[in-house]
Design a protein around this ligand. Structure first.
Ligand code: PBG
Length: 322
């Protein structure tokens, strides 16, 4: 007579545990975010993100060689320009920081997959993700500039663009511009469900992109909403996004799971800066084991249903699972 079932039988040793494991982490699913800053000979540690750096163009080749040798298949680029201004000019200049970075990367590692973040906040002096008029972030003027930025990135050789400004119609604007300029083959990854999150704090220090007034709640999503995320995702798919994203990842695993269940487009999850820094800080204090905590977190994002994971942990992961 069985009074209970002995599930522990399948945990007796590592061989059987592996046989019954339902998911595993594959470095080929990871994207590593990189910060490229104007200047020379920079490899500036980002104090709030131990292990991450602001790198100047002249040091980029060496960094890229490291990334390739670790087996990381792709990067997501963020730029910090020499000068910020009210309209974020560097973001859509042919000679901007990211446009130049793409060329450097494609020279040293043509096979490394280059995704670029498309947003104004790293380029505007007020730190908002769009054009500001009377304290309002102007949607329709902004999406024109985002499309211009995407075109310059595509022309420089980017493999994919990822609009993150949370402006309505940003994917449509970019898709239209691409189709009109013979870039129809370049995919768009929409930051579809991007929440207004406190977990972007360390990133904003790295990119020097803290808004100088107000916050981003007039365009990024309210953390209490789930159905709204599905609407955002549906919209991005209608607008022509090839990949959709949920961001951040950890506080939104339910959203990742539900999007995975309801949509057939490939899904990316962004394991953001604050999620990374929490683990790094606790590990530095000796309060958690960094490797097992990180693997547990990355497994949770994978198990929730993400196809692609954007994570600052990618370099560490490469070393752990090689
Ligand atoms: C640009 C952008 C941000 C992040 C990615 N793209 C910052 C923001 O919205 O304030 C955050 C990424 C991270 O925290 O790792 N809009």
């Amino acid at each position: 007579m069985h009074q209970f079932s002995r599930l522990r039988r399948l945990r007796n040793n590592s061989v059987i545990r592996k046989y019954v494991s339902e998911n595993s982490l594959d470095l080929k699913k990871f994207v590593y975010p990189l910060f490229i800053r104007f200047g020379s000979d920079l490899k500036e540690p980002i104090s709030s993100m131990p292990g991450c750096f602001n790198i100047s163009l002249d040091n980029l080749s060496r960094e890229i060689e490291d990334i390739v040798s670790l087996g990381i298949p792709g990067v997501l680029l963020f730029g910090i320009p020499e000068r910020k201004d009210p309209v974020g000019s560097d973001c859509y200049s042919n000679d901007g920081i990211i446009q130049n970075a793409i060329k450097v990367i494609k020279d040293v590692a043509p096979e490394l997959y280059v995704i670029t973040d498309i947003c104004l906040c790293e380029y505007t002096d007020h730190g908002h993700c769009g054009i500001v008029e009377d304290g309002i972030i102007k949607n329709d003027d902004t999406i024109e500039l985002l499309a211009r930025s995407a075109l310059t990135h595509a022309a420089a050789g980017a493999d994919m663009v990822a609009p993150s400004a949370m402006m309505d119609g940003q994917v449509t604007a970019i898709r239209k511009a691409f189709d009109a300029n013979s870039f129809s083959d370049i995919p768009i990854m929409g930051y579809s469900a991007k929440y207004s999150s406190a977990f972007y704090g360390p990133f904003r220090e790295a990119a020097d992109s803290m808004p100088s007034f107000g916050d981003r709640r007039a365009y990024q999503m309210d953390p209490s909403n789930r159905r709204m995320a599905l609407l955002e995702v549906e919209n991005d798919i209608k607008e022509g996004a090839d990949i959709i994203m949920v961001k951040p990842a950890l506080s939104y695993l339910d959203v990742i799971h539900q999007v995975r269940e309801q949509c057939n487009k490939p899904l990316a999850a962004y394991n953001v800066s604050g999620e990374y820094s929490l683990i790094k800080a606790a590990a530095e204090k000796g309060w958690i084991d960094e490797k097992s905590a990180t693997l547990e977190v990355l497994n949770s994002i994978n198990r929730a249903g993400a196809d692609m994971i954007i994570s600052y942990h990618a370099k560490d992961l490469a070393q752990w699972i090689s």
